[in-house]
Structure formats: structure tokens, C-alpha cells
Design a protein around this ligand. Structure first.
Ligand code: GMT
Length: 380
């Protein structure tokens, strides 16, 4: 099939999922066209089956806000016509589903029918889409999608609670490619980050409030009191500077490394022992799944879709949001005993394999077929 994928091209989970999905679909013979404002960060070389179309938004002084949706829907119309695209898959409802629907309507004027799949990722529903200023437009674009998917059962439920949704929502979980992790890196350079006796604790995120960065630091503060340990903080975002100051105040700067955004998170995770994800809300927790695929145990909150990924007492532990004391105790329990740590790490890897992309891809192909079959019915 010829498929256009719209996503955010940044380090966020929704962009990562969209990109990895597109690459895997291309490997299975589909022709994939990414349409977004910059080449997605996880997208390597383009080839016959993988194309990238950049959305430009011309600046004009009259506009206080540049009309990205308008530019995106126009770009979609042009790309779909030029390349004979058969299906549109938008990741993250805002504003992609809205722009996709406009493109669909414009194309209909020329008797071109294009089915649209919308994948909901989390904050487009729980944090942003929920705002009264966006809600009517988000409800409308969800209901006008030919197929709606969500990345967890929890997100499906929340969407149904928050919005008046007429559409069925199909749950298709996020995924990893176990092949990528089958041979652990031979150049896994643990010694660059820590000495042999130090435990390595990692956190990866966009450093937004929802990630509860102060909890990450406080949990680590308790851990390092009990054993030699290093904390590796990967990512960029609004809470990062405050986090650095907090480490300074606690006197642990020599034990915490802030690495910024990285395209090589697997190289960091391959020598990590424990991953911290104490988020306020999390529709899935892709970063935790990627850590598990790298054989890393997880300490997380029990919010949103995280319990669908991290299994309490097996791949790690889950606690109520903000229960730093319990999270720290559980972390210390796992890290204090080599045998226990190894067991949690093994379990984490095993559970991650349930999210093998080879199991998930056919689910997307099925919804594509379904949307394609119903394209005429839903085009009006
Ligand atoms: O975590 C973020 O804030 C980024 C956000 C995004 O839109 O990229 O992540 C969301 O989508 C990911 C991929 O489906 C999920 O794994 C994350 O749990 C979800 N984030 C939240 O719900 C906060």
C-alpha cells in the first residue's frame, strides 16, 4: 500500500512510534511517505520505499500564529495526488487529525477518496486535547477518522470518558524490535559512565512537568545513600535546569550526568541497571518498554497505561504517583542483591518481547485494510 504518515518529527514517543512503524512497513513492501516539518529524528536513510515531504509554513507579519494546519493539509493534498497515496495515518490528534480531515475533504472535491487512521498517543487526549479551547475540534476530528487506534487500554478508556466519541477505538500497543537487542552491543562502554561497583540508574524523557523530574532526583538521592550509584538523565525540556540546580543543592552533581537528547539511547540503556519513570500520567511509557527490551528493571508510578507494560514484582515495581519513599525502597531492594537484580532484568526483557513489532504490525495492517474497504462509505 502507499501510505502517508503524519507525525511530530521530534524525540517524543509518538514521533518515535510513527517513524519505527513506517520503517517496518516499508520493509514489508509498503511505500511510506512521511509528511511533517522536519525529517523525523529516528529516520535514517531514505530509499525507494521511504520518502520524506517537508511541510513549509511561510511566515507573514500579519499572523501572530503561523497556520501550520493549513500548510500541512495543503501538503497532504499535493503529496497524495502526486504519489497516488491510498491511505493516511496520522499520529497525535492535534492538529494532525484535523488537518488530515481537511485534506480528505479537499481531495473529495476532485473525486479522490482517502481513508484516515488516527492514532491517539496520550497527551493529545489527557493534557492538551482535554482543554476546553481544543476539545470540540479534537472530538470532531476523532469522530471523522475512519479508524481510531489508541496505544493502551487505559488511553482508550480515558478518551471515551473525556470525549463524546462515536467511533470504535482499537487498542494497538506500542512496540519494540527485539532483533535490535538480540546481540547486546559489543562496545557497551559501561566503564565510561561508572566504575564497576557503581549501579547505573537511568531516566529518559522530555523533562516536562508530567514526568515529575524532582521525584527522579529524590529517588536517586535515597539510592546513592545506600550504595555507590550514578544517575544518567537523558533528554531536554523545561524542567532540566531546575533538576540540575536540585542536584547541586543536594550535593550529588558528581553522581548525576545530564546527557541531553540522544539518538543512541540503546547504547545508554544497555549498561543501565534500573530505569525510573515516576510520571504523573503516561498513556503507555515507551521509554520504559525500550529500557525493558535492553534488560533494564523498572521503577515507575502505577498511572495510565504503565501497568500494561511494567509488571509489579516481575519487571520492576509500581507505586502511587508521588510515593517517592516506596519507589526508593523498591529500587534499593532490587539493586542491593545481584541475583534479584538479574532476575528482574531477565523478566523485563522477557515481557518486552510480548511487544515485538512482528506481532503489532499485522494489527496495523488489519486496520489499514478495514479503513481502505470502508473508504467510500466514510468519505461523505
Ligand atoms: O511522553 C511525552 O510527553 C511525549 C508523548 C508524545 O506525544 O510523544 O508521549 C506519549 O506517547 C508515547 C507514545 O505512544 C507514550 O509512550 C507516552 O506514554 C505518552 N506520554 C504521555 O502520555 C505523557
Amino acid at each position: 500500500m502507499k501510505i502517508a504518515i503524519v507525525c511530530y518529527p521530534t524525540f517524543g514517543g509518538s514521533g518515535v512510534v510513527a517513524t519505527e512503524l513506517g520503517i517496518a512497513l516499508a520493509e514489508r513492501g509498503h511505500e511510506i511517505h512521511f509528511v511533517t516539518y522536519q525529517q523525523p529524528v529516528r529516520l535514517g536513510l531514505l530509499d525507494n520505499n521511504v520518502h520524506f515531504h517537508e511541510v513549509h509554513v511561510p511566515e507573514y507579519p500579519l499572523f501572530r500564529y503561523q497556520p501550520y494546519e493549513l500548510a500541512l493539509s495543503s501538503k497532504l493534498v499535493d503529496t497524495i495526488k502526486q504519489h497516488g497515496i491510498e491511505l493516511l495515518h496520522v499520529h497525535y490528534a492535534i492538529p494532525h487529525a484535523y488537518a488530515g480531515y481537511m485534506a480528505k475533504k479537499m481531495l473529495l472535491e476532485e473525486d479522490i477518496y482517502i481513508p484516515m487512521i488516527t492514532t491517539l498517543h496520550g497527551t493529545d487526549i489527557t493534557l492538551v486535547g482535554n482543554h476546553p479551547f481544543y476539545k470540540p475540534a479534537v472530538t470532531f476530528s476523532i469522530n471523522k477518522s475512519d479508524v481510531v487506534t489508541s496505544v493502551s487500554e487505559d488511553l482508550k478508556q480515558k478518551t471515551q470518558e473525556i470525549f463524546k466519541v462515536n467511533n470504535e477505538i482499537e487498542v494497538i500497543p506500542n512496540f519494540i524490535d527485539p532483533k535490535k537487542y538480540s546481540n547486546s552491543f559489543t562496545d557497551c562502554q559501561r566503564s565510561l559512565m561508572a566504575s564497576d561497583e557503581e549501579m547505573i540508574v537511568t531516566h529518559i524523557s522530555n523533562f516536562r512537568k508530567v514526568k515529575r523530574i524532582p521525584d527522579v532526583i529524590n529517588i536517586f538521592y535515597e539510592i546513592q545513600k545506600q550504595m555507590p550509584a550514578k544517575l544518567i538523565m537523558v533528554g531536554e525540556g523545561p524542567e532540566k535546569e531546575k533538576a540540575e540546580l536540585r542536584c547541586e543543592r543536594l550535593g550529588i552533581t558528581n553522581k548525576v550526568l545530564f546527557l541531553g537528547n540522544s539518538n543512541e539511547i540503546d547504547r545508554i540503556l544497555c549498561f543501565s541497571d534500573l530505569f525510573l519513570l515516576p510520571s504523573e500520567t503516561e498513556s503507555f511509557g515507551l521509554a520504559a518498554l525500550e529500557a525493558m527490551a535492553n534488560k533494564v528493571a523498572i521503577i515507575s508510578s502505577n498511572t495510565g497505561g504503565i501497568p500494561e507494560v511494567n509488571k509489579n514484582g516481575i519487571s520492576g515495581f509500581l507505586s502511587d504517583v508521588g510515593n517517592v519513599k516506596e519507589m526508593a525502597q523498591n529500587a534499593i531492594y532490587i539493586l542491593s542483591n545481584t541475583k534479584i537484580l538479574e532476575q528482574f532484568k531477565e523478566n523485563a526483557k522477557k515481557i518486552s518481547q510480548q511487544f515485538d513489532i512482528q506481532n503489532i504490525l499485522p494489527l496495523y495492517e488489519e486496520v489499514y485494510e478495514k479503513a481502505y474497504r470502508s473508504r467510500y462509505k466514510n468519505s461523505y
